[in-house]
Ligand binder design. Sequence first.
Ligand code: MTE
Ligand code: MO
Length: 429
Amino acid sequence: MIAWLKANPPPGPFRPEFWRSPLRGPWLTSVFGLALLIGIPLVAITGLLSYAAYDPRLPANDTTPERGLLGFYFFGWPTEPVWLYRLTQGVHVILGLTLVPILLAKLWSVIPKLFLWPPARTVAEMLERASLVLLVGGAVFEFVTGILNIQLFYVFPFSFYPAHLYGAWIFLGAFLAHVAFKLPKMVRTLRSRSIREELRIGLDGTRPEPHDPDGLVPVSPAAPTISRRGVLGFAGGASLMMFGLSVGQTMDGPLRRTALLAPHGREYGPGPNDFQVNKTAAAMGVNPAETGDGWRLELAGPRAAPLRFSRAELLAMPSHTYALPIACVEGWSTVQRWTGVRLADLAVLAGARPGRDGVFVESLENGAFSKASLNAGQVADLRSLLALRVNGADLSLDHGFPARIIVPNAPGVHNTKWVRSLSFRPMST
Ligand SMILES: Nc1nc2c(c(=O)[nH]1)N[C@H]1C(S)=C(S)[C@@H](COP(=O)(O)O)O[C@H]1N2
Ligand SMILES: [Mo]
């Protein structure tokens, strides 16, 4: 039966003669594989750290309450070093983008295996191919959902955050299995041919790799139209281009304009407020009338009856200024000078117990990012502010006027804008 199937493949890509590129072979696949083997774990670890940074055990911070065991590694997210989340999330997004051309090149290099005929000959082969469905499907799913999300195209019929998280674990499981299967072959193949020497070979000297039983090397190769060096240069160059056109979104100053792949607008607000806006007040349906003279901050805590403060009263309190980043989950970041009242001082007014109470923050608007919890360590850090001003000017409406949260090393989404109330309460993690 198997012999008959093998002898009678369906037409087209199921026939080995269909695949003719003389460049395909285990060595080329191994080079791309090595790049992914280095890059993907970094993307995965920084992604999982981002999940921990939300402090998902606290109220309102997690939209995947069904996470089950996936939070096994959580820890109280620190405020030090202040640049940590900026770094980890920048790596997650920008390295992810940088790997896209390598991933595509790797998939191109193994595409004949998608049409292997017969699809599986043994149970072991069937299992391996099932794991490849999870591997390739998982990789494509993670890259596509991630890219759509940083471009703010919320087009999928599910919530990004749990989908990207569950997808990551499925992909990682398949990735680990794949590495365990293939690592010995990859190492052997890479040793068989030096990359330096390969880079010296032009089109004239380009020959197919020696026959391999896995079926990557074509049985009837066409003449090469590009050298292996050319393909590596093309994939590497595309990858560098992705990096070069996105890394600027993590910088302030003129280089920020080089981030042509970053989606957000370029004009954000007047003078000192001219820096990146994630969601505008209009987009979030903030009613400007509620941010005027009638606005009051509601302050609640374990011992005090709720207090109310006008913006003028907050401005009259001891104020502090720190240069701190906003680092968005979408990978962009910026450092600005924020001025406002310490959360620690407000905690004392509310009768909160230092080191025990965190704070539950609510915004004037009602969207997905309108509520957040900060842990006790974040409240206690003297640089954590209810910011009223930025770079010497009042906050613009888009940056959260009348008042917003700024916490060192917190993910951007926890720096709630248009704050309506702060409620200090035990936040044990
Ligand atoms: N109320 C409210 N606060 C919010 C948001 C929001 O949509 N609503 N967006 C958050 C996100 S995702 C980020 S990255 C930062 C961005 O702050 P900025 O727009 O001032 O740069 O604000 C955060 N605070
Ligand atoms: Mo964000």
